[in-house]
Design a protein around this ligand. Structure first.
Ligand code: 4AD
Ligand code: MG
Length: 479
């Protein structure tokens, strides 16, 4: 058997008593022809591998370069050096893959995140990305655990969809028709009957509508999958391909929905705190170092870990859209005309600068905003009795802005159809959606959590491109 190895993370927890172990990994540094810092991706902490001087041939030593890969067997002993608890005294060493140090783009020094994005295929081998992606993994696992423990059913909703009713954003067309000469109807329009699916299709912007179909049978479901938006937003918070978690629950109203979302966010943060302490501490230090270069007033009040503890231990602030508009209108920030988009009054859509003002300056904690004007929200949201607002809720997080969007759904067939007509949504295309309102309709609600924004919040990474392995953004789909 080739892969009989021990993970370095596990080794570092054991007592070194001379036991024989085999490790495999990549060389981070090699000093004095004697000390290898070996990393295997299980932790940022390297294992110090010690070669006895004179025991190994020069030919072999020359091939031990940064990022060459090794299989090493030896004995684990207490370290005489100060930097580490244990050494691996080598008996045999095998080079699995050479790495030309002249050509290898990662040096054992600090690289900018922008540079690392250009070599995203190698950036996993840095401490920062090691920590980010181990935490990303943990959060994904915690999400499944949270819902599984509560008895929710995981639904895989389609990626390719014929419905374009969500209205959440621009969509990517899916087609096998030839670009240069597509089949046409008599009026010159493209004949999608000849396309692969016999109709126009797109990449999904959300699994919600299909999620609702399942929730009205299982009670409580969730989706966790990739979603796509062809909006031309080049910001540190937007991706064209991102992952979304969308729970959908029968017999929930807006308040139940908010309670679940708050519990959920706290749970997954707690899971990372309990299971990724070392990586969080590394990222907290990274952030603190980065912020030292900023002027005092631009630095965060809390360190990363303090911030996460604060979120776990405090209730989210809950206010209505109407209250938010009043706060924003009366703010000094608005009066001094510091918003790029001034507060014009009730009915306006909130920009991210407004959302961030509310969470970062006014409340200094996560905020759940509810009951938005119906004009700025999707057709499926439940209409409130005031005739003006819908039972929507967004959760805003410090440093991120909107992290969750959700609502109670309109379960009353007549109200739903009337709203769809007002919004020019073709009812006949949505027959399957409307069927749930025809056949045993129930009050229900759900929300969508942007996974990358959540990973950003937990890791403190500023740019969303640094929390997904291979970001897709306008003008960029490398790797
Ligand atoms: O607010 P959104 O558009 O809501 C929906 O799609 C609903 N169908 C969700 C539901 O009720 N089931 O998106 C939900 C969340 C946002 O709050 C944000 O966190 C994230 O998805 N999001 C994005 N994340 C990264 N890049 C983008 N372009 C995003 N657009 C939305
Ligand atoms: Mg939204």
């Amino acid at each position: 058997m080739f892969n009989k190895r021990t993970r370095i993370k596990e080794l570092l927890k054991t007592e070194p008593t001379g036991q024989e172990v085999t490790v495999m990994g990549w060389v981070r540094t090699f000093r004095n022809n004697q000390f290898i810092a070996l990393n295997d991706g299980s932790t940022n902490n390297n294992l110090q591998v010690v070669l006895e001087l004179g025991k190994f041939e020069d030919e072999l030593l020359k091939r031990i370069t940064t990022s060459s890969s090794l299989k090493v067997t030896g004995n684990l002993v207490s370290s005489l050096g100060k930097g580490q608890k244990m050494d691996l005294n080598v008996t045999t060493i095998e080079i699995l893959g050479d790495c030309d140090a002249e050509k290898y783009p990662l040096q054992p020094k600090r690289h900018s995140l922008e540079f690392l994005r250009e070599i995203a295929h190698l950036r996993f081998r840095t401490n920062t990305f090691g920590s980010v992606f181990r935490i990303r993994h943990s959060l994904a696992f915690a999400i499944h655990k949270f819902f599984n423990d509560k008895g929710f059913v995981y639904m895989h909703t389609p990626i390719v969809t014929g419905s374009d009713a969500e209205g959440a954003g621009e969509m990517f067309r899916v087609s096998t028709l030839p670009f240069d000469n597509p089949p046409r109807n008599e009026d010159g329009s493209i004949n999608f009957k000849e396309d692969f699916f016999g109709r126009p299709t797109n990449l999904t912007v959300s699994g919600q509508l299909e999620g609702e179909l399942a929730a009205t049978a299982f009670g409580e479901i969730y989706t966790f999958g990739p979603t796509f938006r062809a909006e031309n937003s080049n910001t540190p918070r937007h991706l064209a391909e991102f992952w979304m978690i969308e729970p959908e629950m029968a017999f929930y109203d807006l308040e139940d929905n908010m309670n679940l979302a708050e519990e959920f966010i706290k749970y997954i943060i707690m899971y990372a705190m309990d299971n990724n302490r070392e990586d969080l501490e590394f990222l907290a230090q990274r952030l603190a170092d980065e912020e030292k270069q900023l002027p005092q007033d631009k630095r965060s009040e809390m360190g990363l870990i303090e911030k996460l503890e604060f979120v776990i231990n405090n209730n989210f602030e809950r206010i209505t859209y109407t209250e938010a508009i009043d706060i924003l209108r009366e703010s000094n920030h608005n009066k001094k005309k510091k918003f790029q988009f001034p507060i014009t009054g009730w009915g306006m859509d909130l920009q991210s600068e407004h959302e961030r003002y509310l969470v970062e300056k006014h409340f200094r904690k996560p905020v759940i905003l509810s009951n938005y004007p119906k004009e700025i929200k999707a057709f499926y949201m439940r209409q409130n009795d005031d005739g003006k607002t819908v039972a929507a809720m967004d959760i805003l997080a410090p440093g991120i802005g909107e992290i969750v969007g959700g609502s109670q759904r309109e379960e009353r067939q007549d109200k739903l159809e009337q709203r769809m007509k007002e919004m020019h949504i073709p009812l006949q295309d949505m027959w399957w959606y409307l069927d749930t309102r025809r056949y045993g309709t129930v009050p229900h609600a759900g929300f969508g959590l942007g996974f990358e924004r959540m990973v950003q919040f937990v890791t403190g990474m500023n740019n969303i491109r640094d929390v997904i392995a291979f970001p897709r953004t306008p003008g960029n789909a490398e790797f």
